[in-house]
Design a protein around this ligand. Sequence first.
Ligand code: FES
Ligand code: FE2
Length: 356
Amino acid sequence: MTTFEAQGAATQTGLADQPEQTAAVSASLEEARQLRDAPPPFPFGWFAVALCHELRAGAVLTRQFMDREIVIYRTQSGTVCAAEAYCPHLGAHLGHGGEVCGEELRCPFHGFRFSVKGSCVYSPSGAPPPAARLGLLEVREIHGAIFVWHGPAGQVPWEIEPLAGDESDWRRVQHTVRHVHSHPQELVENSIDITHFGAVHGLWNAQLAEPPIFDGPQLRVDYTYTQSARWKSDADVTMRIRIDGLGVVVNEVDTRGVSMRVFSLATPVSERDTIQHLLVSVRKRGRSPVGKAFWGGVEKMSGRFILRGLVGQLKQDDPVWVNKKYLRRPAIAEGDGPIHAYRRWASQFYPEGAAW
Ligand code: FES
Ligand SMILES: [Fe+2]
């Protein structure tokens, strides 16, 4: 029987629409899979767009942020502003020739000027049109970085918590920027996914020192683990992780008598692409001027090694991140860490009703 004959026979036996039904079933399965595996949308929260030292007074920088470009600039008196990249007058890109003039931003196309509040304060062609308002984003400087807010218009319901203690006790030693094919929610999840510590990074015996604390947009998790090194004995490590939303993770690490802070600041630039700012600080040692000078040199040098080790460790994640899918309903084992609780906590950073 040929294929056509078989189809004819199927019609006569009432099975004619079976192939269509099969196609419909697989389409809906495919749809369900797509839905289940779709990465979360851009989350609400604070996200780093630059390091403070990159933005000197008078500088204008362009940054990719959540599928669009924004500009950030610092006025002569030091105020930082973040704005949509395109001038509301006739659409010039303010990051290409836009200039800081005192406390204002001047558009390169016709010379309109905008205040730090976004209003047009000067137009060379008559009174500034009221509609010529620059779209501004809320901006903060903290942890050595510049953060912008993404969320429902007009609402900034929480702030990044400052770290305890005196900032001057810490020496900022190194920083770098990585491009990661992932979503901030997954990057943060990596910090609490203790099973992968051993499997991917060779960090053993990872266990929670305390139950995690979920407190509004803040999450605090404390771990201990053992780090093996080829050229040294194994080291016990304690790590306190402070998470503020999905864009700010501060790891406070104590090992071999050294205390350091590793800031991992994840900023989504597109649906599955994230820029990760990494900053390392070490606690200063030495009390006398000579001791301070000696330890200062050691700390600067060790920062380079710490960062290299850290980036090496993160690169171990890359083959998984580049190829993995986001599963909305993961099959979590008992000892996997508080992943379900984390996912419930993370759902607050999406529009109401969108559970991720
Ligand atoms: S486009 Fe900016 S001033 Fe005209
Ligand atoms: Fe990892």
